[in-house]
Design a protein around this ligand. Structure first.
Ligand code: FAD
Ligand code: NAP
Length: 530
């Protein structure tokens, strides 16, 4: 470690002003630096993790298991509407977990509609969904997870502080809790895992009247007629389950659906949503939100402008949900005080392939990283491997290639590897072969719905013996399907291997063992049965 100057510890009094409490001199290791008098300072740490979300919690526990002295600081800044939550970060509180549970709620609605065809005698008039019951159940489960994380930190001897952390100097942070009490801590190394928060439009009325995904999952009333602004993961998933609960839902799309994804697949996701009652306003962006009526929900007037011409749209909605992207929480954590570089435009932190920032003792993982996937398992994997390399003699780096993902829209979309567009751009059209087919899940045949809506596509690299470089599926349980094939893709699966794999009948995934039609051939891929 670089030698560092003597450290002076100061503490902010609750009533203001600074008091010099102690001076510690470096004695070989940073640990020994902290010889503090009185009760002003806590101990120093091997590792301080800023952010107790997916990545931060995984990394902190791993480091403690390897015998290190670890602290994790987590603090949730309330949304403009005052929503806040417990330990665990985005995924648990306002992301993957409540989203998937609400998606499941919507799928159950479809199952109820299918049930009479299978002989269930339901009194359909009596079937109603209760937003309150759903949110209470979801929030109770989240509460149990929050508690579980605290217990698990304690069991792993990780010190947890519910406080906002910011760097104040080399190896030193300031932690402010919700009562304004300030403490200072030092550590040999730091890990930034502060994640992201939803972006606002910056137009009149947005912060006053709109909600984001940070508010939606614990909203104390049913949102009613909803306008969802945005067209990526968060927007389409939320629009999907809200419509599945029977609400009137419109999606306002600035440009395309699911930017970065295979557009053939993205458009099919959108078509299915439209066929299932979700409205789309394309190439418009909101310019003003006004409140017409207060209430829970109240009534809002949305004015929007065309991105192509002088068209103006006006509409009234009970709720406007902004899902226009997320900003990295890196601008208010004192990075400039320690010299950590961020991309000034995006706020994202560039790191080397070992998740190390330009300041050698400061690392970063998860959603704050530049040019990396914003997914829970990615943050967890990067955090664990980093800590194993730092403290456990590990050599493995996080592999950000071929990460599988699933968009939990009404028709789920699972993907791994290249989109068709990216594959053509990188390898050239003549070097790739695309095999595809529509299919009909057996479960949907008896209710006689949605034939030729599920779709399977693989993209193969011809010069590499048709190695599968892109996998795409629109199907129920697409995530479960994609997870398995992702492992095979990591092992270098080729089309021949897929062809020689015996299917499991009757499941959706078996379609990948029988793909025979190339997209190039333009042959008919519509199926007449399952
Ligand atoms: P986070 O989990 O966001 O944790 C960061 C923590 O740091 C937060 O608790 C934050 O409050 C805290 N913090 C910030 N600044 C400070 C500070 N200065 N001091 C102390 N604490 C601070 N991913 C999937 O893989 N699958 C999904 O299905 C999925 N669904 C999603 C649905 C939605 C609606 C959203 C928004 C995201 C979804 N994601 C999903 C993405 C996933 O939630 C994130 O990729 C993941 O949570 C990132 O983990 P992280 O550790 O980087 O940050
Ligand atoms: P995102 O992927 O950054 O998409 C933002 C969307 O908002 C885009 O459709 C974008 O349109 C639109 N937009 C941006 N600015 C706008 C404006 N001013 N007016 C109108 N529209 C605007 O953001 P996200 O959906 O919030 O997702 C964030 C990340 O969370 C994702 O990258 C993903 O990794 C993660 N996530 C994962 C899952 C999952 O695994 N199932 C689910 C949810 C989230 P343009 O295309 O025109 O730019």
């Amino acid at each position: 470690m670089e030698p560092s100057p003597p450290v002076v510890f100061v503490r902010r009094h609750p009533v203001g002003g600074y008091e010099k409490t102690a001076q510690a001199h470096r004695e070989g290791t940073l640990h020994k630096m902290l010889e503090v008098t009185g009760q002003a300072e806590g101990p120093s740490y091997d590792l301080i993790v800023i952010g107790g979300g997916s990545g931060g919690l995984a990394a902190s526990k791993e480091a403690a298991k390897l015998g290190k002295k670890v602290m994790v600081l987590d603090f949730v800044v309330p949304t403009p509407l005052g929503t806040k939550w417990g330990l665990g970060g985005t995924c648990v509180n306002v992301g993957c977990i409540p989203k998937k549970l609400m998606h499941q709620t919507a799928l159950l609605g479809q199952a109820i509609r299918d049930a009479p065809k299978f002989g269930w005698n339901l009194n359909e008039k009596a079937i109603k969904h209760s937003w309150d019951t759903m949110t209470e159940a979801v929030q109770n489960y989240i509460g149990s997870l929050n508690w579980g994380y605290r217990v698990s930190l304690r069991e792993n001897s990780v010190t947890y502080e519910n406080a906002y952390a910011e760097f104040v100097g080399p190896h030193k942070i300031k932690a402010t809790n919700n009562k304004g009490v300030v403490k200072f801590y030092i550590a040999e190394r730091f890990l930034i895992a502060t994640g992201e928060r939803p972006r606002y439009l910056g137009i009149p009325g947005d912060k006053e009247y709109c909600i984001t995904s940070d508010d939606l999952f614990s909203l104390p009333y049913c949102p009613g007629k909803t306008l969802v602004v945005g067209a990526s993961y968060v927007a389409l998933e939320c629009a999907g389950f809200l419509a599945g609960l029977g609400l009137d839902v419109t999606v306002m799309v600035r440009s395309i659906l699911l930017r970065g994804f295979d557009q053939d697949m993205a458009n099919k996701v959108g078509e299915y949503m439209e066929e299932h009652g979700i409205k789309f306003i394309r190439k418009y962006v909101p310019s003003k939100i006004e409140q017409i009526k207060q209430g829970t929900p109240g009534l809002l007037r949305v004015t929007a402008h065309s991105t192509e011409d002088s068209g103006v749209f006006k509409g009234e909605y009970n709720t406007v949900l902004l899902a226009i992207g997320r900003d990295a929480c890196t601008r208010k954590i004192g990075l400039e005080k320690v010299g950590v570089k961020i991309n000034e435009k995006t706020g994202k932190i560039p790191v080397n392939d070992e998740e190390q920032t330009n300041v050698p003792y400061i690392y970063a993982i998860g959603d704050v990283l530049e040019d990396k996937l914003e997914l829970t398992p990615v943050a967890i994997q990067a955090g664990r491997l980093l800590v194993q390399r730092l403290y456990g003699g590990g050599k493995t780096k996080c592999d950000y290639v071929n990460v599988p993902t699933t968009v939990f829209t009404p028709m789920e979309y699972g993907a791994c590897g290249y989109s068709e567009e990216k594959a053509i751009e990188k390898f050239g059209e003549k070097n790739i072969e695309v095999y595809h087919s529509y299919f009909w899940p057996l479960e949907w045949t008896v209710p006689s719905r949605d034939n030729n809506k599920c779709y399977a596509k693989i993209i193969c690299s011809i010069p590499e013996k048709e190695r599968v470089i892109g996998f795409h599926v629109l199907a129920p349980n697409a995530g479960e399907i994609t997870q398995g094939f992702a492992a095979a893709i990591k092992c270098g699966m080729t089309k021949k291997v897929l062809d020689s794999t015996i299917g499991i009948h009757p499941v959706c995934a078996e379609i990948f063992t029988t793909l025979s039609v190339t997209k190039r051939s333009r042959a008919n891929i519509l199926q007449s049965g399952c």
